[in-house]
Design a protein around this ligand. Structure first.
Ligand SMILES: *Cc1c(COP(=O)(O)O)cnc(C)c1O
Length: 380
């Protein structure tokens, strides 16, 4: 943590101020034609970065152990940019079936129109992934744990299979953050984050990052420049600021979520708790071997019932807000739609409710969930 708190900004470069300046700008002046021709200065044009953007990129590199990071305007753009950078017409792309829903939609629409074939694989496939590799497989896209249902996989094994087959591996690391998992240390080429979630941490911005190995970085940066996207200095500053307290916040989210998960696990009106840090979770051992901790997002499967019961539960909650996204200070809950799963099996005992456990007092959150269960009982 100590090194990370210093990463990205040297106060000596800004007259002692401990934080980087918010630098807005398009044009950057060159002192003479020779310098301009050689582009021989750190900053050349606003799109290519500003000191504020560079500070955040460096801070993320420090956490991820990456060679270089690019910033994009949302977590979803941090998924689509590397896919477009490394795939072209006639290519084959392997994607884990428990992937974030909008990632699947991107593959099934935009990539399909471009002539890229996407094939989904079961997160528990293990070494069986080798058999799915084709000569034209260029990308293996991973997410661990899986979105909403938290299936675990052996990341190093999948990344190794991708590399052996000449494909680039990418992993959406939003859930764990680099605090608990560093994909590049497991052989993954590109680590993807929705900075919107824990790094931002306050539900007041959207941003994504892609952190790359030395071998993959230039192609990624080129794609970012070809699209002509970057982020605003104000938003980059807010994420840089959020990352200073991310460890503390995540530790608090983690502790409250675990406390609630254990309490929920003991209830008869809960069929299952989908939380990788619970020993009862099928992927627990895989998780424990690879991850150093958990965060504040997990799901529960209600015992019986359907959409009516899910609505009664959610509408009775007053502290858990009903809304998308997560990783902010406030608790959220929603019903998860798993109808898009192809090969990975979705829970069948009852509706799946995803909980984002915020920074409120955990006893208050427990009482709120208690009210949700009471509302379901009242239906009967
Ligand atoms: C939220 C999320 C994203 C997308 O982030 P946005 O900033 O909302 O676009 C991508 N991947 C995962 C796993 C997410 O949870």
């Amino acid at each position: 943590m100590t090194r990370r708190l210093r990463a990205g900004h040297d106060p000596e470069t800004s007259q002692g101020f401990v934080n980087p300046p918010i630098v807005r700008g398009s044009t950057v002046l060159f002192p003479d034609t020779s310098t301009m021709r050689r582009r021989a200065q750190t900053y050349t044009y606003g799109l290519r970065g500003t000191p504020t953007i560079a500070a955040l990129e460096e801070a993320i590199d420090e956490m991820e152990g990456s060679y270089g990071t690019v910033l994009v305007p949302s977590g979803l753009a941090a998924v689509s940019l590397p896919l477009l950078a490394f795939l072209g017409s006639g290519d084959h792309c392997l994607v884990v079936d428990s992937v974030y829903g909008p990632t699947r939609l991107f593959c099934d629409t935009m990539l399909k129109r471009m002539g890229v074939e996407t094939e989904y694989f079961d997160p528990s496939i293990g070494a069986g992934l080798t058999a799915l590799m084709r000569p034209n497989t260029r990308v293996v896209f991973l997410e661990a744990p899986g979105s909403n249902t938290f299936e675990m996989m052996d990341v190093a094994e999948a990344a190794g299979i991708a590399r052996a087959g000449g494909a680039v591996s990418m992993l959406d690391n939003t859930w764990a953050t680099p605090l608990h998992f560093r994909p590049l240390e497991h052989g993954v080429d590109l680590s993807i984050h929705a900075l919107t979630k824990y790094p931002g941490g306050h539900s007041d911005l959207l941003m994504g990052s892609v952190s790359a190995t030395k071998e993959t970085f230039d192609r990624l940066r080129d794609a970012q420049m070809q699209f002509g996207i970057n982020v605003s200095a104000e938003d980059a500053y807010l994420v840089f600021r959020g990352m200073k307290t991310m460890d503390l916040r995540i530790n608090a989210h983690e502790a409250s979520a675990l406390k609630l998960a254990r309490w929920l696990e003991a209830r008869e009106d809960v069929a299952r708790v989908l939380h990788p840090a619970l020993p009862s979770f099928p992927g627990h051992d895989l998780w424990k071997r690879q991850f150093s901790g958990s965060t504040g997002l997990f799901s529960i499967v209600l015992q019986g019932g359907g959409r009516v019961e899910a609505a009664a539960f959610l509408d009775a909650l007053t502290l858990f807000g009903l809304g998308y996204s997560w990783g902010g200070f406030e608790s959220l809950a929603l019903e998860v739609d798993l109808r898009d799963r192809r090969v990975a099996t979705a829970p069948v005992e009852g509706p799946v409710i995803r909980l984002q456990v915020g920074l409120e007092d955990v006893d208050d959150l427990q009482a709120d969930l208690e009210a949700g269960f009471a509302a379901v009982r009242d239906l009967a």
